[in-house]
Write a protein that binds this ligand. Sequence first.
Ligand code: GLN
Length: 483
Amino acid sequence: MHQMTLAEIARGLADKKFSSEELTKTLLARIAQLDPQLNSFITLTEDLALEQAKAADARRANGETGALLGAPIGHKDLFCTLGVRTSCGSKMLDNFKAPYDATVVSKLAAAGAVSLGKTNMDEFAMGSANESSYYGAVKNPWNLEHVPGGSSGGSAAAVAARLLPAATGTDTGGSIRQPAALTNLTGLKPTYGRVSRWGMIAYASSLDQGGPLARTAEDCAILLQGMAGFDPQDSTSIDEPVPDFSANLNTSLQGLRIGVPKEFFSEGLDPRIAELVHTSIKELEKLGAVIKPISLPNMQHAIPAYYVIAPAEASSNLSRFDGVRFGHRCEDPKDLTDLYKRSRAEGFGPEVQRRILVGAYALSAGYYDAYYLQAQKIRRLIKNDFMAAFNEVDIILGPTTPNPAWKIGAKNSDPVSAYLEDVYTITANLAGLPGLSMPAGFVDGLPVGVQLLAPYFQEGRLLNVAHQYQLNTDWHTRSPAGF
Ligand code: GLN
């Protein structure tokens, strides 16, 4: 039962082959048995899950239908969940029970999805390895000595290990696409503004975007359908009609123009990954796509710009965690300053503190023009590069990551080496574009992803291309030994 995709589950529930309650119990038992090896969950909500599953079964018995009705999922632990701990992977929020549901959570619940729990993540979504979580590192089910990627590493590991068919994630600089690539999943970061950020704990507000992690493009379409849509509670939500993401999965790729940027194959890319990307290009050519070499000349500036903008926004967003209103508070503060200082020093881990310091520095008087303003100018140049490219091509393709999953701890002493792993993913966040990663093969037994980028609001095009690719390849069907 645990091998089924969301689409298969939807058919099975519709045909009354099993109930949501049975399926939920099966997966909860599997989580209890296997998750100790992976650490992919921070909080399990068994009772709530069984309640939601029974309610979904009752709705079906009353004639209701829907692809998500009774479908088990998990939520990255930065989506607020009413009455349930929402930790953001941090000691700071270890004691925080959200007083409301995030829009994504309430929308999926209304569609009948059953939430089994809250998945592990890098602290405040800062990281590419899921090693900065207060609750410990998540292991990659493909090799337990390796990282699953981050920051949505718990969601990725749980779905890859067949503990869940799909889960939510968020992507500020690659945190859906990169863990998807490193665990053999399909993951989609929507256009900025497509999915509500209300109730999603902020890291860098102008870059953060929620999206689905699943095994197939078909399943990403189903989950995204339940997440997307205008939300007046989020001032950057876009009032754009939400198409039926499953409707065009079978459109032919004949004549589709795929741009391949030369900058995506620069130094630093593992040549074995480059080869797998070229193999995927040949596969898409067989399906009728036309390949065009293109250039994104400002891509080399993306990492420095991102690592100014994201920490700057984080330093501002995280100032609310002061020990006064919610979250961790130090013992016996001497005075208000002592309360702030010790609560924050005790509540935040080293990577979060590093980002707050970098951000506060970049925003301070005297440095603002030199760093923050420059970074914003680069951001515009990167967006312009994409706009020019999309005049010539329908989709852009390249590797998702320069390397396969690294060993746990391997990059701990050198944060910048981890930042460099984001080189191919952060440009989409800086420009606000939708991006998808899909399985494309293995290197040393570890999964490799290919990334597709599309113009604004063309999530459907990404899903169409990935689905056609998946109809003709079987990488996405491989499951890790032992799971
Ligand atoms: N690795 C990037 C960072 O640490 C992206 C994280 C994310 O997308 N949340 O900022």
